[in-house]
Design a protein around this ligand. Structure first.
Ligand code: NAP
Length: 305
């Protein structure tokens, strides 16, 4: 009998890829929770469409499905939107996680929650799981709170801090910077990337593989999911452009903290992935091997794999 995996935020970038991989993996009965209507139902895949802020509905669904593990990706992940709509960000990022954490704790279900490299202030870089969050914007504050909720209430809980995630979406564009960038480059349009932001970008395939390994394994606690390449976002985009045969001229350097009206960003929020390398079988990639994986899997998706 297959184990039951519940994934929240299915309309989004990371969840879409995770669900696709879980179905390909074959070991899971997948319950995808989504705000958007998804037409497709197939074997071992069930899509349930509702607003996760409806706590009663979430409890009812949870108790019907009785998942073995939950991957909780749903969030308001737009930093500037969160800064300007703090009540919404609190309700969705913190409130929904609190409800879900309570349900998982009561049922003994494994909860894998998504946090972010943005919980750090970016003054040090190469942060480890032992470093304390110092949020510099409201989005990061909500994520730091969700880390505490999972840590303090779910014995079987895992917090994954994701670095900037690189990949191509299965459903809508969601929060994928690469999809938006490719669209622009194909039209010959320039794209702006902040040179002040240093990251360790994780590819979305590795992130999904890590979630599935964690969901089926014994690990609990905090884990950084990041690649082994520490790079600023401008140079990252130049290297991706070059690798794919686009001109570096299409990439323009900016400073995200010098743009008026934007929420502050951490400069160097690179994550140390040594613990992930130690506790997971899923290999952590470099920027370029991660990009190769993304392109390979996109081809497989297009061929119906
Ligand atoms: N992408 C990155 O680079 C990155 C980096 C670090 C951490 N993370 C974290 O990783 C997670 C996944 O990110 P992502 O890039 O996949 O974001 P995304 O593409 O924006 O997906 C998030 C999904 O959550 C859904 N959602 C929001 N509120 C909901 C609600 N009340 N009920 C049901 N669904 C709701 C959104 O639906 P709508 O689209 O309809 O609003 C969206 O489909 C997030 O927790 C994010 O904070 C992402």
């Amino acid at each position: 009998m297959k184990r039951k995996l519940m994934v929240t935020g299915y309309g989004g970038f990371v969840a879409g890829s995770t669900v696709w991989q879980a179905l390909r993996d074959g070991g899971w009965d997948v319950y995808a929770l989504s705000l958007i209507e998804v037409p497709e139902e197939r074997e071992h895949f069930h899509c349930l469409q509702f607003d996760l802020c409806d706590a009663g509905k979430m409890k009812e669904v949870f108790q019907q499905v009785k998942p073995d593990a939950v991957v909780h990706t749903a969030a308001l992940a737009d930093i500037d939107y969160c800064q300007n709509n703090q009540a919404d960000a609190e309700r969705i990022n913190v409130g929904v996680t609190r409800e879900l954490a309570g349900l998982c704790a009561d049922a003994g279900t494994k909860l894998i929650a998504c946090s972010t490299d943005s919980v750090f202030d970016g003054k040090k870089g190469m942060y480890t799981e032992e470093d304390e969050p110092v949020p510099v914007n409201f989005y990061a504050e909500t994520k730091a709170k969700t880390e505490e909720i999972v840590r303090d209430t779910v014995p079987n809980g895992v917090v994954t801090r994701l670095s900037l995630v690189m990949g191509l979406p299965v459903l809508g564009a969601g929060n994928s910077f690469l999809a938006k960038t490719f669209d622009a480059w194909k039209k010959g349009e320039q794209t702006k990337f902040p040179e002040n932001e240093v990251r360790t970008p994780a590819d979305v395939i590795t992130v999904g593989r890590a979630f599935l390994e964690i969901a089926g394994g014994d690990f609990t606690g905090m884990l950084h999911l990041a690649c082994s390449t520490r790079i600023n976002r401008y140079t990252m985009a130049c290297e991706i452009a070059e690798r794919l045969g686009y001109s570096r001229e299409l990439v323009v350097a900016t400073d995200s903290n010098a743009m008026p009206g934007r929420a502050p960003r951490p400069n160097d929020a690179s994550l140390d992935n040594a613990k992930a390398k130690r506790v997971l079988k899923t290999p952590m990639q470099t920027l370029m091997s991660g990009l190769d994986l993304v392109l390979e899997m996109k081809k497989a998706q297009e061929q119906g794999g």
